[in-house]
Design a protein around this ligand. Structure first.
Ligand SMILES: [Zn+2]
Length: 1114
C-alpha cells in the first residue's frame, strides 16, 4: 500500500469506492476528507492493506490508488464479479419455511430486492428474539456478520476492548487467538471487527463455502462463548494493565486498545471528530467515546467488562446477516447448531412425516452439542430494552466549544487553528425520501472540488483543507459537519460567516441545472456500477441495512433506493431543484438551532503535559504500593509476558478448522487479456462482464522527465482536473465529467522492475463511463490532458496548501507509510521517486513551494507545461480496456480517434535518475504519543533470488513473531513485515507503537526465530493456504483488468506466476530456516527510520548515542 497511497490519485467526479461510500446511498468524491462515524477496527486497515498490497504485488494489484486496496480470492466464473441481470436461480432461493420452522425460526418478511438481485428473508429466532437477515443471490463472495447493540455509558472503551478480546479464544477454540489462526490459514476475503459509537460488528467473507462456514463458526463461538470473560489476562493485554518489569523501574500502562487510542488521540482530525460528536449529543450514548479515552481507559474494571459482555453479547440483542450464493437452509442450521448432514436427515424425515416425532425426540438427545450450539443455548433477556439508544433532543440555542490539540511549536502556530460547524439535523429519524434528498444535496454542495460550498471554502484562502464529512447518517440521528483547518486565529469567525452565507445564498439562488445533472449522473452511475472496491458487496449492503435495522427499523428499506431515487428525479424535473433543496437547507441547517461550532487551538505543550500527567499518575500508583505489591506486580507482568510468548500447543491449533491443500486450485487465476495494436499504440483488452461499464487506463512513460520536475507531478495531476480550459472554467469541466462519465483520475505510478536497473515510472489516466458514452469519455480525457490551461496561480497555490495539510495529516496518522517510503527512498530508485512525490521530501518541497508560487509563478507554470509536453505523447503510450466483448469492440474506434489526437514527439531517452536518500538511520520527529518504527534492507542486493516461499514466510513472520512480540507483548496496535518482490526491499514496520529501540531488537531477532521454528504439517498447510488466499484475492472486474495491466508493466508473466504458485504450494519447513540467513541482512545492513516523539528519540539516544539522525517534521 505504501507506495500506492503515497501516490494518491486525483480524480474528478469520481465515485470513490471507499468503505464509507459503499455504506451509503451516495458515493463521495475521492477528495472528501470524510469524517467517518468513528469506527475502530480490530486490525488497522493499514495492516492488511499494506502488507498484502505490496509483497503480494507480483500477483495481485499492488499498486492501485488507495481507494481500491485489494479484493481477494477470485472466481473462475465471470458472472459473479458484477451483479448480473439474471434472476437468481432456484438454488439461491431462501430457506424452506418448514425447515426454518423446525429449526426454531419464524419468518417475518420475505422480499425480492431488485437493486441487488437478491431474495431476502427476515427471520426471528423464536426462543431468544435474535433477528436474522438471509440474503440469497449469485454472488460467490459470501458474507456473514453478527452485530450487537453496545452503547457505552462512559469513555472507558468497554465495547472496543471487548471487540478485541472476544476473538482471543473461545469454548470450541480454546487458543490464544483463533482470529490470528484465521488470518494465517483461511481464504477469507474479509476478516475484521468494528466498534461503532453504539454497536459492535463482526463480519467475515469468503468465496469458498467450506472456508466460509469455518469462519462463521469461529466468529459465533467467539462472540457467545469467549474465554476473555473468565481470564483477566486477555482483558489486561487488549485493554490495559500496569507493567512493571522490575520493582526498581517505573510503572507504565500497556494494552493494545490503550495504545491504539493514544494514536487516535494524537491526530487533530480525530480529536475534532470526537469533539463534534460529543458536543452534538451531550445527552445520549454518543456523548462518550466507545473507542476509549486513554485517560479514562484505566478506570475500567474486569467486573464491568464481564457484565457488559453478559448483558449485550446475547442473541436477544443480536442482528445476524448472511449473504451470497450458499445454501440458505445451512445458514439457519449453523445458528441453531445443526449441521448440514442433520438438515439432510431432517429433509428426508420431513418427506416421511411419520418419522418426524421421532427425530424431534431422539436426535437432540443423541447429539446434544450438535443440536444446541448457539442461539438455542440462551433464554431471552432484557438487552433489547437496555441497549436502546435514546434520541438527543434539539438545542434551543447554538453552542460553541473550544478544544486544544497537540502541536509542536513553530513559526506558523497562528495558522494552525481548526473550525468546524456541526448540525444535528433532526430529533427523529427521517423518512427515506428526505434522507435521499439530503444525501443528494450533500453531494451537490460538497461532493466534488467544483461543488459550491467546498470550492468557496478552499478558494477563500482562509484555510488549507476541508474538515467535517458533510452529511452523516450512520447513527440514530443525521448530522451535517463542515469546516476548515490551517486557519489563523483571526479568521475563525470569517470561516463561520462564509459557511453560513454560502448556505444562505444556495437556499436563495439554487443550483445550476448542470450541477444537478452531474450529481444525478454520478450517483446513478455509482449505484449501477456498485463498485465496492476491496470491500465485499454483501458487507457494504449489510452496513447500509444495519444503519436502520440496528434501531429497530425496517432493514429492507435502505436496500431499496430505485423507487425513491426515481421519484426524486421526477420531482426535480417537475418542480425544479430549488423548490426541493432550498427548503431542506432552510429547515435542517439555517433555521436549526442545534448547531455546534468547534474551534480547535494548537497547543505545543499538550503532548508533554499529557505525558507528564500520566507519569505522575503512575508514580502515585507506585507510591501507594507496598514492596510485596510491587513484587507481585513484577511477577504478574512476567507471567503475562510468558503467556503471550508461549505458543499454543499444536493440538489446540488443530481445533481451528482449515481447508486442506486439496481444496486449492493448482493454477493461478487467469484474467482474459488480449494484446493488440490501435494506430501503432499497444492496447490491452480484458473481456469481462462489467454491467455495461467501460474502464479505461491510458499509460504514459514518465522516464523522460527531468529529475527536478518529479515533485511537481502530483500537483500537475491535480491541476489537470481542477483547472479550466479556454472555453470551460473548472466547475463547468467538472460538471461535464460528472454528467458524461463515472469519473476521471490522473496519478503517477512507480515501481522497481525485478532484474532491471531502471524503475517503471508512469503516469496513468483512468476513466470509466457507461459503454455507450465511450466517445464522451475519450473526448473528455483528451480535453483534460491537452486543453486544460495550467495557468491558474491562485488555484495552484490552494493545491499546494491542501497537499501540505494532507501530508501533515498522513505523517501523524500513517507514520508507518512515511517511514516505509523513506526507507525505500534510501534503498532503490523507484522508492526515491515515490518519496519525492509523497514522503517527507515531498512535504519539504511543498513548504518551499508555497512561497515560490508568489515569487516565481511563470517559472512554475512553464515547468507544468514542460511536464505535459514530456509526458503526453504517443511514444511508449499504452491503453488498457476492461468491458465485455461487444462493448470493447465498439470502443476501438474512439480509442483510435483519441490516439490520433495525441502529439507524437521524437523519442527522448530516459533521464538518469540515479538518486537515493543517504543510507542513514533517521528519526522523523512529530508531536505524537505513539511511534512508527521501521527497518529495511534490499535482499536482492545480497544475492537472494526470489522464490514463492518468500510470500508465505513474510506473511508468517507478520502473523506470528511480529504479532506476538510487537503487538501482543509490545503493546503496539500493529507490527508487520513487507517484501516488495519487485525491488527486493524487505521491511519491518510497526504501527502506533509505544516502543522504539525495543521494537528494533524484535526485528533483529527474526532470523533466530526462523532458525528455531518448529512447525507440524498442519501449521505449514495453514500458512500456505493463507498465502494462496492473498494471491488469489477476490477482485471486481475493474480490479482484474487493472491487475493485468500492472503485471504487464512490471514484466510478470503467466509462466512466472505458475512457478511461484508451485513454489508456494510445495514449500517445506526448511525454506523458513534457509530464509533466516537471507533476512539476517536486514539485521546487519538494514537502515532504520522511525516516525516518533521527541521524548522517545531522546530516550533512545541515551541508550544508543547518535543512532538516529533527527529530522523535525511537524
Ligand atoms: Zn481497535
Amino acid at each position: 500500500m505504501e507506495r500506492a497511497v503515497l501516490l494518491r490519485s486525483f480524480s474528478s467526479s469520481s465515485p470513490a469506492s471507499s468503505v464509507l461510500a459503499s455504506t451509503r446511498f451516495f458515493s463521495r468524491s475521492a477528495h472528501r476528507l470524510a469524517r467517518l462515524p468513528r469506527r475502530h477496527r480490530l486490525l488497522p486497515a493499514a495492516h492488511r492493506g499494506s502488507l498484502l498490497g505490496r509483497h503480494i504485488g507480483l500477483i495481485s494489484p499492488a499498486c492501485r490508488p488507495s481507494i481500491h486496496l485489494k479484493g481477494q480470492f477470485c472466481p473462475l466464473s465471470v458472472r459473479a464479479v458484477a451483479t448480473s441481470s439474471a434472476q437468481p436461480s432456484s438454488d439461491t432461493l431462501g430457506a424452506d419455511d418448514e425447515v426454518a420452522e423446525k429449526l426454531g425460526f419464524e419468518k417475518v418478511t420475505e422480499e425480492f430486492i431488485d437493486e441487488c438481485k437478491s431474495r431476502a428473508v427476515l427471520y426471528k429466532h423464536k426462543k431468544t428474539g435474535a433477528e436474522i437477515m438471509s440474503v440469497s443471490n449469485d454472488d460467490e463472495n459470501k458474507v456473514f456478520g453478527i452485530v450487537f447493540r453496545t452503547p457505552p455509558k462512559d469513555s472507558t472503551g468497554i465495547p472496543h476492548i471487548l471487540e478485541h478480546s472476544v476473538l482471543c479464544g473461545s469454548r470450541k477454540y480454546p487458543l490464544k487467538e483463533p482470529f490470528v489462526e484465521l488470518l494465517k490459514g483461511s481464504l477469507h476475503t474479509f476478516l475484521n471487527a468494528f466498534t461503532y459509537p453504539d454497536r459492535t460488528c463482526y463480519p467475515v467473507a469468503s468465496t469458498n463455502t467450506k472456508d466460509f462456514y469455518n469462519l462463521v463458526d469461529v466468529y459465533l463461538d467467539a462472540v457467545f462463548f469467549p474465554k476473555c470473560v473468565e481470564d483477566v489476562k486477555t482483558f489486561q493485554q487488549e485493554g490495559w494493565h500496569y507493567e512493571l518489569n522490575d520493582p526498581s523501574e517505573d510503572i507504565t500502562y500497556k494494552g493494545v486498545v490503550f495504545n491504539e487510542m493514544k494514536g487516535v488521540y494524537s491526530q487533530p482530525d480525530s480529536i475534532l471528530g470526537r469533539a463534534s460528536q460529543q458536543a452534538l449529543f451531550p445527552d445520549n450514548t454518543y456523548g462518550v467515546d466507545s473507542g476509549g479515552d486513554p485517560q479514562v481507559i484505566p478506570n475500567l474494571t474486569f467486573e464491568e467488562f464481564k457484565e457488559f459482555h453478559r448483558k449485550y453479547y446475547h442473541p436477544s440483542n443480536a442482528r445476524i446477516w448472511f449473504y451470497g450464493d450458499d445454501d440458505a437452509n445451512e445458514r439457519l442450521c449453523i445458528l441453531s447448531g445443526m449441521h448440514i448432514s442433520f438438515c439432510v436427515i431432517i429433509g428426508v424425515f420431513l418427506f416421511n412425516r411419520l418419522w418426524k416425532p421421532c427425530v424431534k425426540l431422539i436426535a437432540p438427545r443423541l447429539f446434544p452439542h450438535t443440536f444446541a450450539e448457539y442461539l438455542d443455548m440462551f433464554e431471552a433477556n432484557s438487552a433489547p430494552e437496555e441497549s436502546k439508544v435514546n434520541y438527543q433532543k434539539l438545542f434551543a440555542e447554538p453552542v460553541r466549544i473550544v478544544e486544544k490539540y497537540p502541536a509542536t511549536d513553530g513559526d506558523d502556530m497562528k495558522k494552525k487553528h481548526m473550525v468546524c460547524l456541526n448540525w444535528l439535523l433532526s430529533e427523529k429519524p427521517l423518512d427515506l425520501e428526505t434522507e435521499l434528498a439530503l444525501g443528494f444535496l450533500d453531494h451537490l454542495m460538497t461532493g466534488t472540488p467544483a461543488s459550491p460550498l467546498r470550492k468557496i471554502l478552499l478558494e477563500s484562502g482562509l484555510g488549507d483543507a476541508i474538515v467535517g464529512g458533510g452529511i452523516e447518517d450512520e447513527l440514530l440521528q443525521p448530522q451535517f459537519s463542515l469546516g476548515l483547518k490551517g486557519v489563523s486565529e483571526d479568521d475563525i469567525h470569517k470561516v463561520e460567516e462564509l459557511i453560513l452565507n454560502t448556505l444562505r445564498k444556495l437556499a436563495d439562488e439554487g443550483f445550476p441545472s448542470e450541477a444537478v445533472e452531474a450529481s444525478m449522473n454520478t450517483i446513478e452511475f455509482s449505484l449501477r456500477e456498485n463498485n465496492t472496491g476491496s470491500f465485499p458487496r454483501g458487507l457494504a449492503l449489510m452496513l447500509r441495512s444495519m444503519g436502520k435495522w440496528i434501531y429497530d427499523m425496517d432493514p429492507f428499506v435502505p436496500l431499496k433506493y430505485q423507487e425513491p431515487l426515481q421519484a426524486l428525479k421526477v420531482r426535480i424535473a417537475e418542480e425544479g431543484s430549488k423548490a426541493i433543496f432550498a427548503p431542506l437547507i432552510e429547515k435542517f441547517i439555517l433555521n436549526n438551532p442545534h448547531r455546534v461550532t468547534i474551534e480547535m487551538q494548537p497547543d505545543p505543550e499538550m503532548a508533554s503535559r499529557d505525558e507528564a500527567a500520566e507519569k505522575e499518575n503512575l508514580e502515585k500508583v507506585k507510591a501507594r504500593m507496598t514492596e510485596e505489591d510491587l513484587a507481585e506486580l513484577a511477577r504478574a507482568t512476567h507471567e503475562l509476558k510468558l503467556k503471550q510468548e508461549t505458543p499454543d500447543p499444536p493440538e489446540a491449533l488443530k481445533c481451528v478448522p482449515s481447508l486442506s491443500l486439496k481444496d486449492i486450485p493448482k493454477k493461478p487465476i487467469q484474467i482474459p487479456t488480449e494484446v493488440g495494436d490501435i494506430n501503432g499504440v499497444k492496447v490491452l483488452q480484458h473481456d469481462l462482464f462489467t454491467n455495461d461499464v467501460l474502464y479505461a487506463e491510458i499509460v504514459f512513460n514518465m522516464s523522460a522527465l527531468k529529475q527536478e520536475l518529479l515533485p511537481l507531478v502530483p500537483l500537475f495531476c491535480q491541476s489537470l482536473l481542477e483547472m479550466g480550459t479556454k472555453d470551460l472554467d473548472f466547475v463547468q469541466l467538472n460538471q461535464l465529467i460528472g454528467r458524461k462519465t463515472g469519473g476521471i483520475s490522473v496519478y503517477p505510478f512507480t515501481s522497481s522492475v525485478r532484474g532491471k536497473e531502471d524503475p517503471c515510472s508512469r503516469i496513468i489516466v483512468r476513466g470509466k463511463a457507461m459503454s455507450d458514452r465511450a466517445e464522451d469519455l475519450f473526448n473528455l480525457v483528451n480535453c483534460v490532458m491537452q486543453d486544460v490551461e495550467l495557468t491558474d496561480q491562485k488555484r495552484f497555490k490552494q493545491f499546494v496548501s491542501q497537499s501540505k495539510a494532507r501530508m501533515e495529516n498522513r505523517l501523524r496518522g500513517s507514520g508507518h507509510g512515511i517511514a516505509a517510503a523513506r526507507m525505500d527512498g534510501k534503498l532503490n530508485v523507484a522508492g526515491w521517486i515515490s518519496e519525492q512525490m509523497g514522503g517527507v521530501s515531498y512535504l519539504e518541497f511543498l513548504r518551499a513551494l508555497e512561497s515560490k508560487v508568489d515569487d516565481d509563478w511563470p517559472g512554475i507554470a512553464s515547468s507544468l507545461e514542460e511536464i505535459r509536453r514530456t509526458l503526453f505523447t504517443k511514444n511508449d503510450c499504452l491503453v488498457n480496456l476492461t468491458a465485455d466483448g461487444q462493448n470493447l469492440k465498439n470502443t476501438e474506434k474512439y480509442v483510435g480517434k483519441f490516439l490520433d489526437m495525441l502529439p507524437s514527439s521524437s523519442p527522448v531517452g530516459s533521464m538518469a535518475w540515479n538518486a537515493r536518500l543517504p543510507p542513514t538511520n533517521e528519526a522523523i520527529v512529530i508531536p505524537t504519543q505513539v511511534n512508527y518504527v521501521g527497518k529495511a534492507a534490499n535482499l536482492f542486493e545480497t544475492g537472494y533470488q526470489l522464490k514463492g516461499s518468500a510470500y508465505v514466510i513474510s506473511k508468517y513472520i507478520s502473523n506470528t513473531w511480529l504479532w506476538d512480540r510487537v503487538r501482543v507483548s509490545g503493546g503496539a496496535y500493529g507490527g508487520f513485515c513487507d517484501f516488495d518482490t519487485h525491488s527486493g526491499v524487505f521491511s519491518f514496520l510497526s504501527y502506533r507503537d509505544p516502543n522504539l529501540l525495543k521494537t528494533l531488537d524484535i526485528y533483529d531477532g527474526t532470523s533466530n526465530f526462523l532458525r528455531g521454528l518448529e512447525m507440524d504439517d498442519d501449521a505449514l498447510t495453514k500458512a500456505i493456504i493463507g498465502t494462496i488466499g492473498d494471491v488469489d484475492s477476490y477482485q471486481l472486474p475493474d480490479a482484474k483488468g487493472y491487475s493485468s495491466l500492472m503485471r504487464y508493466l512490471l514484466g510478470v508473466t503467466e509462466e512466472e506466476r505458475q512457478i511461484r504458485r508451485e513454489e508456494i504450494l510445495s514449500m517445506r519447513l526448511n525454506d523458513f530456516k534457509e530464509f533466516a540467513d537471507v533476512i539476517e541482512a536486514v539485521k546487519d545492513k538494514g537502515v532504520s527510520v522511525a516516525v516518533a516523539s521527541s521524548d522517545d528519540v531522546d530516550a533512545a539516544h541515551k541508550t544508543c548515542p547518535d543512532f538516529f539522525q533527527v529530522k523535525k517534521a511537524l
